[in-house]
Design a protein around this ligand. Structure first.
Ligand code: SAM
Length: 473
């Protein structure tokens, strides 16, 4: 066999193996790669495919060893740099990922995927302005690339220019009208900005263009419901549910519309989707709504500060830790499901530990006890509060306190269960339910008083502030 022929065979095989790895068919890829490794001299491409296969096989440490060795031999290989940058980003090693991606850009200044990856990693690192510059350049070279466009829109949104973010998405929709992901992102952006009429218009156009799925219809329902058009919203939700009966986001909103029974708490995937999208503007938005809970909790805690560890359940971006930062408390541990909310909390530098975890799962697995537990505006994601309060009680030191807020279930809407899922996908609770759940958890109610949580327009959102204490053992 001639050398030329052999090279062509190897190239064909490597292309085939790359496709198998990308498609997750690792069992088929592995023997083929072993055959090529016996047949041909090692090359950067072969090392890169080996590393990608190892990553797919869940053998991360071996993949990094291959990449480190390969890059020591071929430091100028752009594809190896990008492969390691991507693997490092997936492993949460963002600074190292950015270093590799930046090296790749220096080696190949015209390489759009390198710029796109650098931009995406810089965005995760909170460097939105640098990210925007990289992503905009990359997108000029590959305007049809969905991920780059979505990342650029996110960078614009993070920088506070949501109209620019919308323009980025709309330009993408004009280029590729069938791309549902762009429609969803644009409608979600409008819903988050409470531009509900625009969201309805865009979702209606998407439906007319045939570029629709359960998510688009779920968002349409949400926007319609926010405009008070509950019957139209029910229709959209019913359509969404037909398309995706198992989708947790759709299901929760459909349950909120009262079309199917709710599951008793917001599903973790729903919480993640909502708060990952909300994170970049959470603080500014809540400030605009006159969010009062951190200040109210601070007043309760400051009146009787008890030194000791603090557990902030559903810590979000860390507003609670900010409110308590000058009190003699801590160390503070934060728990949240949303990676992006946690990234914002980490930037405040006020938490000794942050855990990406469901609150109930964390409480069940955590062995330590805390002097103070907090849950600011987290009860709206739980129906029956009894399991939450039981889990919290088990993690309180003797005499420790659990301070939390809830949205109040109006007396005019009594519910036998004492809690109800509202049309916006948030649970409201009656004082009676909180008293019963506290008793079931063995906690003493020190205070349970009505408080305004925030304002929607001029209207106060009625809530409850609860201070529960664990018995001194
Ligand atoms: C409205 S935010 C409040 C954040 C913060 N406590 C504050 O007062 O600013 C609610 C937070 O609870 C988190 N969350 C909701 N349900 C959760 C669950 N089951 N497990 C962990 N985090 C949850 C969300 O991701 C979100 O960050």
């Amino acid at each position: 066999m001639s050398a030329l022929m052999l090279n062509r065979d190897v190239d064909d095989l490597l292309r085939q193996i790359r496709g198998l790895v990308a498609g997750g068919r690792v069992a088929a890829a592995r023997p083929l790669l072993s055959a090529v490794q016996r047949l041909a001299e090692p090359s950067p491409e072969m090392w890169e495919i080996e590393a990608r296969l190892l990553l797919r096989e869940g053998r991360g440490a071996e993949a990094f060893a291959v990449l480190d060795r390969a890059l020591a031999l071929r430091p100028d290989s752009v594809s190896l740099r990008l492969c390691r940058a991507g693997a490092r980003a997936d492993a949460g090693e963002l600074a190292l990922a950015a270093a590799d991606a930046a090296d790749a850009v220096l080696l190949a200044p015209g390489d759009a995927p390198a710029k796109a990856l650098l931009g995406a990693v810089l965005l995760e690192l909170g460097r939105a302005a640098d990210a925007r510059a990289c992503l905009a350049e990359a997108l000029r070279a590959v305007p049809q690339d969905l991920d780059t466009r979505l990342a650029l829109a996110r960078a614009e949104e993070t920088l506070g220019d949501w109209r620019a973010a919308l323009a980025v998405l709309q330009a993408g929709i004009a280029l590729a009208p069938a791309r549902i992901g762009l429609r969803t992102a644009a409608i979600l952006l409008l819903v988050k900005r409470e531009a509900f009429a625009e969201a309805v218009a865009m979702a209606t156009t998407a439906r007319a263009d045939g570029a629709t799925d359960a998510c688009v219809l779920g968002l349409l329902g949400h926007a319609l419901s926010s405009l008070g058009r509950h019957d139209d919203a029910s229709g959209a939700y019913a359509e969404a549910l037909k398309l995706a009966p198992e989708d947790p986001y759709v299901r929760h909103l459909v349950a909120a519309a009262g079309l199917v029974p709710d599951l008793g708490r917001a599903p973790p995937d729903y919480v993640r989707v909502v708060f990952d999208g909300y994170a970049p503007r959470f603080d500014a938005h809540l400030m605009g709504l006159g969010y009062r809970i951190p200040g109210l909790v601070r007043a309760v805690v400051a009146a009787a500060p008890a030194a000791g560890p603090v557990l902030d359940l559903g810590c979000g971006t860390g507003l609670m830790a900010v409110a308590l930062s000058d009190l003699p408390l801590g160390p503070t541990v934060g728990v949240d499901l949303s990676r992006r909310m946690l990234a914002a909390a980490a930037q405040r530098g006020l938490y000794a530990e942050l855990h990406e975890c469901d609150i109930e799962a964390f409480l069940a697995a955590e062995p330590r006890r805390f002097a103070l537990l907090l849950a600011g505006d987290v009860c709206p994601y739980f129906g029956d509060l009894t399991p939450l309060l039981r889990g919290a009680a088990a993690r309180l030191e003797a005499g420790g306190r659990f301070v939390f807020s809830a949205e109040a279930l109006a007396d005019a809407t009594p519910d036998a269960r004492g809690w109800q899922l509202g049309k916006q996908g948030r649970y409201r609770h009656g004082a009676g339910h909180i008293l019963a759940a506290a008793a079931a958890a063995g906690l003493t109610v020190e205070e349970l008083r009505p408080e305004v949580v925030r304002y929607e327009g001029e209207a106060p959102v009625p809530g409850l502030l609860a201070v529960l204490r664990s018995a001194a053992r």
